[in-house]
Write a protein that binds this ligand. Structure first.
Ligand code: PNS
Length: 160
């Protein structure tokens, strides 16, 4: 059997404890997990690509089978390049499902050899998103337990 390589794609602006929970679960299942940040997004990110990669590398250092990378263009093209057979996505609530279903089916149409695998993050993170983290940080609320300490610190520096 060939090793199973999975890609966990996303914006990670910034990485949250919900992402980490999912990555930790997936790292136990797949031989190799590539956490990959989408480059050149239309929306203006809070953290630039290099900052997002730095934070991911720092918090994922302890996982020997997890690699941090970035990609541009079609995810399925990138999966082909990386010889990945799986795309990993987290589903928090029913509201995530419709968007995820559309993406998974479009990706399957583009590359039938690659399977999208959905996993559930811990229930404690079911309401957590990078967008809400940015908003709470902007408004001066506490993010304790929701993002890694280094991300909390970076948010403080960035937003003030
Ligand atoms: O963290 P996000 O923002 O929900 O991640 C979205 C992501 C990066 C998975 C998605 O935007 C993506 O895969 N973009 C790559 C472009 C692509 O392949 N589009 C066609 C397939 S739907």
């Amino acid at each position: 059997m060939k090793p199973v390589i999975a890609i966990c794609p996303g914006s990670f602006d910034p990485v949250t404890n919900g992402h980490l929970d999912l990555i930790e679960r997936a790292a136990k299942i797949f031989d190799k997990l590539i956490v990959s940040v989408l480059r050149n997004q239309e929306k203006e990110p809070l953290f630039d690509l290099e900052e997002r990669l730095e934070m991911l590398r720092e918090v994922l250092r302890a996982y020997p089978n997890v690699e941090v990378d970035s990609f541009a263009g079609l995810l399925m093209e990138y999966a082909r390049q990386k010889q990945a057979r799986v795309i990993l996505r987290g589903i928090r609530a029913v509201s995530d499902y419709e968007y995820e279903l559309q993406m998974a089916l479009m990706n399957r149409k583009l590359e039938p050899q690659v399977e999208t695998v959905f996993m559930l993050p811990g229930e404690a993170y079911s309401y957590l998103s990078s967008r809400l983290v940015r908003e709470v940080a902007r408004l001066g609320g506490s993010l304790k337990g929701l993002v890694p300490a280094i991300v909390e610190e970076r948010l403080r520096v960035k937003i003030g």
